[in-house]
Design a protein around this ligand. Structure first.
Ligand SMILES: [Fe+2]
Length: 317
């Protein structure tokens, strides 16, 4: 494969279109995001981390408009604009939070926004559970009390694209975003047939999430899901009950993935776009080699329900 043009730092946001911003904000608030800004045209939601926003909804048709990734420097944006086929110029983001952006067309035509200089904000106070486990008693003389509430989403975690040409998608992401492959899943009886590819950011010796972008082989191209990290197990379970009681569409979970090891829970927004909560991911650094496993050792839950067909077929455009 060709050397990367740049290596992005992390995922920044998803940008979706929706015809009703009130309805979008209702779902996203129950999902555990917090309104940072809202204009006539768009809604910007944040997590508890220092990113100005991690989710954008633009008023308009139900569409996946883009996935954002953060670059280390403005120089990286200029490098992409110069060297990536079909890239936009370096443009100012004319929206709350500001910053600069280069827009790329991903292998299947989806818009990837590589951004730098978006405003940061004060972190929000976080609630963490202290757990007494079989290994250690860490909560001494204090009570565990969890009021009914949404999750506290901390930060975006990853995006998953369904793609008919998975090899092409992986090569594109390596070349333009600098991703390295954490694990490949191949057909049970054929190591040459790639079914899924879990890609992480290359941050050298620093440990990063097992995947910041995943590709799954599918007959249709589309966004399978967007994913957000929550505070811990209690937070994820409390958030599950909150979303269920508020009548939202539950798709899959709660379980623990095999590849990546996250404890997960999947919900659909009012337009069917899949949003994931997770906690407790594996973290790897660039020194760790790519693993390749057959389907039976890859795409399943270690506990909890297995994926319904509706999840496997999700491909929003
Ligand atoms: Fe996920």
């Amino acid at each position: 494969m060709q050397d990367p043009i740049i290596r992005v730092r992390d995922i920044a946001w998803v940008r979706l279109g929706a015809p009703d911003l009130d309805q979008a904000e209702g779902f996203l608030t129950d999902f555990g995001l917090v309104r940072q800004a809202r204009t006539e045209a768009a809604l910007f939601m944040r997590g508890t981390g220092d990113a100005h926003h991690v989710h954008i909804t633009e008023r308009g048709p139900d569409r996946v408009l883009g996935i954002g990734f953060t670059a280390d420097s403005e120089a990286d944006l200029h490098r992409l604009a110069r060297e990536a086929a079909g890239a936009s110029g370096v443009e100012a983001l004319n929206e709350p939070g500001g910053g600069k952006c280069v827009r790329l067309k991903e292998h299947n035509g989806f818009t990837i926004e590589v951004v730098h200089g978006v405003a940061t904000v004060e972190k929000l106070p976080e609630r963490h559970s202290v757990l007494n486990t079989g290994r250690a008693r860490d909560r001494l003389g204090k009570f565990q009390r969890i009021d009914p509430r949404p999750c506290q989403v901390k930060r975006p975690g990853h995006a998953v694209l369904s793609t008919p040409d998975i090899e092409g998608s992986v090569a594109w992401a390596h070349r333009h975003l600098g991703f390295i492959v954490s694990e490949h899943v191949h057909a049970e009886d054929d190591p040459e047939t790639l079914l899924a590819s879990f890609n992480r950011a290359d941050r050298g010796a620093d440990f990063v999430d097992h995947h910041v972008m995943m590709f799954g082989r599918h007959s249709r191209a589309g966004l399978n899901h967007i994913s957000y990290e929550v505070q811990d197990m209690d937070d994820l379970h409390a958030g599950h009950d909150w979303l269920r009681q508020r009548g939202h569409y539950h798709l899959w979970g709660i379980g623990r993935h095999l590849l990546g090891s996250q404890v997960f829970d999947y919900w659909k927004d009012p337009w069917g776009r899949v949003h994931e909560h997770w906690t407790d991911t594996d973290v790897l650094n660039a020194a760790m080699p790519t693993r390749s496993v057959p389907k039976s050792q890859g795409l399943r839950s270690q506990w909890g329900p297995q994926a319904p067909q509706e999840f496997r077929d999700a491909a929003s455009v």
